[in-house]
Design a protein around this ligand. Structure first.
Ligand SMILES: Cc1cc2nc3c(=O)[nH]c(=O)nc-3n(C[C@H](O)[C@H](O)[C@H](O)COP(=O)(O)O)c2cc1C
Length: 324
């Protein structure tokens, strides 16, 4: 068992956060992750009304007694997000943990949440942003390396270099994200100074993940060569799975296409359709370079349990080396 400031702060068994995934991290999936002893993180931006979001929060509560979190998106969005509406629900329903990502959280927001007893976290892609989130008052920071699946930003910094530098620069606990799919990655992150990890891609290839089996099977067959960064032309770089839709986006960007043409391919409606219908080339999805290490579709609880057991075994193996 790994007990760190993160397990204490979040009240979880294992130092693992199931990263928020747009179009995926709804109540059932989030509850499955929390029930496995990690922290499920719901994507508030998936709910287009305050009432739908409130219902989703209540549904998580019905499905788990364990802590869970809600991500507030501070990314630029075509559909402007009124996070104040989500915050009202978070406070009224007593959501235990809130994570922000996309840009620096306002200190007033952090103070409002903390005054109500909410644990606050922020996810970012540089040490500078992590220091700035700490000064905004958050309780923990996730640094996200560019090998990971999601909006990796324009800096191209990797988990290997971000984590030790963030851990040295911050007083609050650091989580590592990007490229972690198993116990080796968990132990490596802890060795680098993280006190927990945030994983996304690995959890896509699970029984409970609400995406079509075709997509899960294709991801399980993918290798480390099967991702690419796209959307750099919009200054919003995303590491994506290299399917036909992502290659189309890359081709459009290379040809100097305008924003609307590019966005028509990455539209959330196309991603949702792919996740629902199983047309594996139909939309764009984020995906980690570590996908090459993901081979089996398994229950969430098994993924988390194996990750922790593998990290413990690796720790022991390394300890034995020092006796040689
Ligand atoms: C399909 C997918 C969708 C994601 N959507 C979001 C999102 O909406 N907001 C966010 O902050 N991070 C998002 N992420 C990033 C994850 O929360 C997490 O930080 C990342 O997956 C960790 O890297 P890994 O994929 O290498 O495990 C997404 C990741 C994936 C794979």
């Amino acid at each position: 068992m790994f007990k760190t400031r993160i397990t204490q702060l979040l009240g979880i068994t294992h130092p693992i956060v199931g990263g928020c995934m747009m179009h995926i991290s709804g109540p059932e999936f989030v509850a499955a992750i929390s029930n496995a002893g990690a922290l499920g993180m719901m994507a508030s931006a998936m709910f287009d009304t305050q009432e739908k979001f409130r219902d989703a929060v209540r549904r998580v509560r019905d499905l788990t007694e364990r802590p869970f979190g809600v991500n507030l998106s501070l990314f630029p969005a075509l559909r402007p997000i009124d996070n104040a509406l989500y915050v009202e629900v978070i406070l009224e329903e007593g959501v235990p943990v809130v994570e922000t990502s996309g840009s620096k959280p306002q200190p007033e927001l952090v103070a409002q949440l903390k005054a109500a007893g909410v644990v606050t976290m922020h996810k970012c892609v540089s040490v500078r942003h992590a220091v700035s989130a700490q000064s905004a008052g958050v309780d923990a920071v996730t640094v996200f390396g560019s090998e990971g699946g999601g909006h990796i930003g324009e800096l191209g910094l990797t988990t290997m270099t971000l984590v030790p530098q963030a851990a040295a620069a911050l007083d609050i606990p650091v989580l590592a994200a990007g490229g972690i799919v198993d116990g080796r990655g968990l132990l490596a992150a802890l060795a680098l100074g993280a006190e927990g990890v945030t994983i996304g891609t690995r959890l896509m290839v699970t029984d409970e993940c609400p995406i079509h089996e075709n997509v899960k099977r294709a991801l399980a067959a993918a290798t480390e060569m099967d991702t690419l960064p796209i959307l750099g032309s919009l200054h919003n770089t995303l590491r994506a799975w290299k399917n036909a839709a992502a290659l189309k986006v890359a081709e459009l960007e290379a040809g100097g296409a305008g924003m609307w043409e590019v966005l028509s391919v990455v539209a959330g409606t196309e991603t949702r359709r792919m996740f629902h219908d199983g047309d594996v080339d139909g939309g764009v999805t984020a995906c980690s370079q570590a996908i090459g290490m993901v081979e089996a579709i398994q229950p969430v609880a098994q993924v988390i349990a194996e990750m922790v057991a593998e990290a413990e075994a690796a720790r022991q193996r390394l300890g034995e080396w020092s006796l040689l």
